[in-house]
Write a new protein. Structure first.
Length: 332
């Protein structure tokens, strides 16, 4: 076998729910992976496998104002989403050292989000998880300006009785880039720093409640301009420890950018010990990780029920608290 594929979508520390965790109150996750990779050429690999997952979301409303919600009580408890077979297939073709083409097809599962918790006890009913989400993507080092069309989903009214408006916001322009630096001061220690900047601006106007609202030059809601990540990894023989931290810049909450969600830091720590061959199993590894290491309080999900044109709207949700993950992996 030659050099392995540069990305391992089913690797032991890959968390398929990472994009969803900000939409949860507190989630416990169990996952099982099985994957095989076939090297057709030194720079062409095909991987296939499947994943089984169970995730339980805990939380709900701790306080209730009946005058606002119109309900005597709000839900509080847990919801569990599970799927025993989520197939995955990928092709990775490395063009050169800096560019690659990556085709990824996977059946994914999105765990329960905050939306059911908006309902009062009188309105509760069966909920379904979003599954059968197939995706493809092509990745390269391409950077630079781009344009796209966009739509706005605005909300007004109370959180439980929102007034929704969906209009075409016209053209949107995105300019940005990213840079990374890797430092290896001593043997076994690697420090990676990356920074990305993206200025996504609306270029047109919208008609809202009979009035023209100019969005020209306003940044896209919910997206930060600046993100910085640092990752320090130290390897000693069969043991590896990793520390990472991410800074996310402030994000516009309203379309006219008069209200912002504050910036925040979140860090993680993980370690891996490789036993090698144990009996008939090869590459046996035990890993343990902690996300949100310092238990930072920050705004994770926002705009679950839309965004205001101007001002505030109470659709802000606290980010995932400190969580622990353990993994045992082996090849046969």
């Amino acid at each position: 076998m030659g050099e392995g594929p540069p990305r391992n979508p089913l690797g032991p520390f890959h968390n398929p729910f990472a994009e969803e965790l900000d939409d949860q109150f507190n989630a416990n996750t169990f996952q099982f992976y099985l994957q095989d990779t076939y090297e057709i050429l030194k720079n062409l690999h095909i991987a296939s496998g499947f994943r089984s997952a169970i995730q339980t979301t805990h939380g709900g409303a701790k306080q209730n104002d009946p005058d606002l919600t119109g309900q005597d009580a709000l839900p509080d408890g847990s919801l569990t989403a599970s799927n025993a077979f989520l197939p995955h297939f990928s092709i990775n073709y490395r063009i050169n050292q800096h560019n690659e083409l990556y085709l990824d097809i996977a059946e994914n599962m999105r765990a329960y989000t905050y939306n059911p918790w908006f309902l009062g006890n009188a309105a509760r009913g069966p909920w379904e998880t979003n599954s059968n989400f197939w995706k493809t993507r092509i990745i390269s080092n391409r950077k630079g300006p781009g344009t796209m069309s966009s739509a706005t989903a605005t909300e007004a009214g109370s959180p439980l009785q929102p007034i929704s408006t969906f209009v075409n916001a016209g053209r949107e322009e995105v300019n940005g880039g990213d840079a990374s630096v890797t430092i290896r001061p001593v043997s076994g220690l690697e420090i990676l720093n990356t920074a990305s900047y993206a200025d996504a601006e609306y270029r047109g106007d919208i008609n809202y409640e009979g009035a023209n609202v100019s969005l020209k030059g306003k940044n896209q809601v919910a997206y930060p301009r600046f993100i910085y990540k640092t990752n320090a990894s130290y390897t000693y023989r069969k043991f590896q420890v990793n520390f990472n931290a991410t800074y996310t810049g402030r994000r516009p909450l309203s379309y006219v950018n008069d209200v912002y969600v504050p910036s925040y830091w979140v860090a993680g720590l993980s370690s891996t010990y490789t036993f090698g061959r144990v009996g008939f199993a090869r590459h046996v590894q035990v890993s343990f990780g902690v996300t949100n290491l310092f238990n930072s309080a920050y705004i994770g999900g926002l705009g679950i029920s839309g965004f205001p044109v101007s001002g505030d709207y109470p659709t802000l949700f606290i980010g995932a608290p400190r969580q622990y993950f353990g993994t045992v992996s082996a090849q046969f």
